[in-house]
Structures are given as C-alpha cells and as structure tokens.
Write a protein that binds this ligand. Structure first.
Ligand code: GDP
Ligand code: MG
Length: 438
C-alpha cells in the first residue's frame, strides 16, 4: 500500500465512525516478540490521530490464551515495555481469545471497560476535528510516515453512564497508600478492604517489597487499595523503588488515584516523614498533593486525646497537615469492627474530589513529574562534570579555566544528550509495514 493509499483508508475509517469514535482499540498479539514497531504504536496513534487520541485508546491483547505460565496481569507487570505501552494508554487493556466465539463474557467485559473510559472522558469522544488538526500538523512535518504494523479498530461506544467517575464522588475509588516503613500502610489497607490480605508487621519478612492491590466493595462502590513499599527504611535501591512506583501508578489505572499519606501517631515525627510531602511532589508531581489525604494510624495510642489537639501541639505535624490542604483522617488499625472509620474516610475523599472540581490526578501528570526528575538528574550530571573538570584543571590560570569548563560542560551535555536524542528519533519514527484498519 502506498503512503497515499494508507492515508485515504485512515480518512475513510474516521469518516465511517463519524462524528468520531469513542474508542481506539490498539490490537497487540501476545506470545510473540514485542517488536520495536509495536513499542512505538502509541506515538504512532498520537502522530496520526493527534495527542488526545491516547485518552481514547484501549490495548486489546489477542492470543492471551497462549500465555502458559503467567496470568495476563503478571505478564504485563513483568514486561516493562508492554507495561509502558499500557501506561501510555492510561492503564486500559483487555484480552480476547479470538478462537472462542462462544465466550460472550470477554465482549461484555470489554464493553464495560469502554463505558468506564467514556465515563472518565466525561462522555466526550474523539472527534474528526481532532483528526483534521493532527493531519494539518503532519503536513507541516516533512518526516510524516504512515507505514506501520498496527491494527486499529474504531468503536463507537455508548454515551457515558452515571456510575461515578473513577476517582471518588460516589463512584469507584482507587487508593494508593504511601508512607515510611512501619507507618501502618498495610494495616490501613486491611482496614479499608475489611480483611487481612495485606501482610503487615515489623519483621523483614512482612515488610512490603512490591506493590500489591486488593479490592472490595463498600456500599456498592468498587474500592481498590494499592499498598506500596516504604518510602524510607527499606533495603531497596532507588531504582527498584522507582520501578515499584511506576507499577503502583499502573495498578491504579484505569483512572485517577487518591493518595493516602500514612503517618504513625504516638512516636516522634521523623525527619523522613517531614519530607514525605516533598517526596510525593517530586515523584508524582505538584498536583498529586491536591489529591492526598493524611491518614494517621495508631489513633488508639492517643488514649482519648483529641487528634486536633495532638496536631496543634506539634508545629511539624501542623505544617504537614497544612501542606495537604488540611485534609486528614485517623484509623485505629487494631479495630477492624469499626467500619465507621472507613465510611468517614470515603466521605473525606469524596469531599476532596468535589473541591478539586472533579479533576483527577492523571497519568500524564505522573509522566511529567518523572521527566522532570530525569531532566534535573541530567543537569546535575552536567554540573558535576563541569565541577570535576574544574578540579582537574586545578588552580592553573583560573581566568582560562572558566571558558574551558563551559566547553567541557557542553561536550558532556552532548555525551549525555545522545541517548535521549536517539530515543526521540526512535519515538518519532514509525516503522515500515502494512496498516490494517477494520
Ligand atoms: N496499635 C496499633 N498498631 C498498629 C496500627 N496500625 C499498624 N499497627 C502495627 O504497626 C506495625 C506496622 O504496620 P504495617 O501495616 O506493617 O506498616 P507498613 O510497613 O507501613 O506497611 C504492625 O505491627 C501493625 O500491627 C494501629 O492503628 N494501632
Ligand atoms: Mg507494609
């Protein structure tokens, strides 16, 4: 197919789904090597259909029945490239066994996921205007290349339902637990879901090393709780912790998480704990704090002292609460029977979502925060390189060393930039093969 033919076919398929599809299904075959072309398919969709298109995309895995040792969730979790693809699509995915025509459940389930996405998109669908805009942008881009191996199905879904909004406001809720080791995250998770599924305790065996998710239904609402390794006090490397954070964001998909910053009462408020809000800001972005509630555990150890009074007696605690917009709640994790503490927490999350005008924390916010960290780390490397060069140059004619350092800094910048540049090229590139549009 010539580039022109492909373009004409895409145009046709967009027109066929007028006034614009609710969903792009990005079809990926499992069980065979995940190719470079496939890795770039989300970029391809964004390039050809516009940036917004990814908000309307669900990854549909076929041949999932051929996975022998692992469940689909495990497979995605263990394959960072597939995981990235899924995260790029807001964590939305589904699988089909196309050999099993009788299995109506797989279709019903897909429809449910589509409806959920439409709801999160507030009933909006991809529009032909978005397509035209993307085409206009592409015409100005001399590297435009429509060839790829990807299969896309455009689906016109139903209008958004009213079953909640995926982030509170009475709808489904996804809660991510953050805090230092021993603060009571896993116990808090157990209280919320109403059973002892998260391992808790202080021995090294029970310290949470991987993100874990358990679910429950509270008064008709589907609640998922994602427990995370401690921000401090584990033996994990920064890299391992970072991988786990990516996972917890993925686990909270589709849709917007609420963060619970878990703090233990009754013991000295540590330096690390004081920095946890900064940690959240750095790793999840400034906006994440607007979606955070502080959850104090060990409320039983206050021995009847009102929590407000306890907070007001500590400048550091007060500052922490203020940083999180004055939102806090407390749990006595030893009292599983006291369900009112969970109901009250849910009320507070709903109120927070309301105050945020229904706006949620999103995956792009997370990505932006991560990119910022990478940029800053890179700048730091360049600065350090300059400093080393300055030391090497020694005290020899400082006036001359000045410009030399700048030059070295630039050289260093090039050396460090190179991998990024390759990445950009790779992501900008679309691979050759045929385009199948159904
Ligand atoms: N008395 C009391 N103990 C708690 C409470 N919450 C947690 N714990 C205990 O504190 C310890 C650490 O809790 P855990 O949930 O494992 O902390 P994590 O490392 O943050 O997941 C465990 O021994 C829990 O039983 C609480 O509200 N009251
Ligand atoms: Mg734990």
């Amino acid at each position: 197919m010539s580039e022109q033919d492909v373009k004409a076919e895409i145009e046709k398929c967009v027109n066929m789904s007028a006034p614009g599809p609710h969903v792009f299904l990005l079809v990926i075959r499992l069980g065979v090597r995940f190719t470079d072309e496939e890795k770039n398919t989300v970029k391809w969709i964004q390039k050809n259909f516009g940036e917004e298109a990814a908000h309307y995309t669900i990854v549909l895995f076929t041949h999932a029945d051929e996975l022998v040792d692992l469940s689909l969730n495990e497979y995605i979790r263990e394959n960072i490239e597939i995981q990235t693809l899924v995260i790029d699509c807001g964590g939305r995915f589904h699988s089909f066994n196309n050999q099993d025509m009788e299995n109506c459940n797989q279709v019903t389930e897909l429809t449910r996921k589509i409806e959920e996405m439409v709801r999160i998109n507030r009933g909006k669908h991809y529009t032909n205007e978005m397509y035209k805009q993307a085409q206009k942008n592409n015409e100005q881009d001399e590297h435009y290349n429509t060839n790829t191996t990807l299969s896309i199905i455009l689906v016109n879904g139903g209008e958004g339902g009213d079953r909640g909004d995926g982030g509170g406001g009475g709808g489904d809720l996804r809660i991510v637990l953050l805090g230092i080791t021993g603060s009571g995250k896993s116990s808090t998770g157990n209280i919320i879901i109403g059973s002892f599924k998260f391992k808790r305790g202080i021995s090294s065996m029970s310290v949470t090393k991987h993100c874990e998710r358990h679910e429950t239904t509270v008064e008709g609402r589907h609640i998922s709780v994602i427990d995370t390794p401690g921000l401090y006090g584990t033996t994990m490397s920064e890299e391992q912790l970072k991988n786990e954070i990516v996972k917890c964001v993925y686990m909270s998909a589709p849709g917007p998480p609420v963060f619970l910053l878990v703090i233990r009462l009754g013991v000295r408020f540590t330096h690390e704990e004081k920095n946890t809000v900064k940690w959240i800001q750095k790793n999840f972005g400034e906006e994440a704090v607007r979606h955070t509630i502080i959850l104090f555990t060990h409320a039983d150890q206050l021995k009847g002292k009102p929590l407000d009074l306890y907070i007001s007696e500590s400048n550091a605690l007060q500052a922490l609460v203020n940083e999180c917009g004055g939102r806090y709640h407390s749990f006595n994790n030893k009292n599983m029977e006291k369900r009112s503490q969970v109901t009250e927490l849910l009320e507070k999350t709903d109120r927070m979502v309301g105050i945020n005008g229904g706006q949620h924390y999103t995956i792009p916010m997370f990505k932006q925060a991560q990119e910022k960290i990478e940029r800053e780390a890179f700048q730091q490397k360049v600065t350090d390189f300059g400093k080393t060069a300055l030391t090497v140059a020694g005290g020899v004619a400082l006036a001359a060393a000045g410009p030399a350092v700048v030059a070295l800094g630039k050289a260093a910048a090039k050396a460090f930039v190179a991998p990024g540049a390759v990445k950009t090229l790779l992501t900008g590139a679309t691979a050759a093969a045929s385009l199948n549009i159904y």
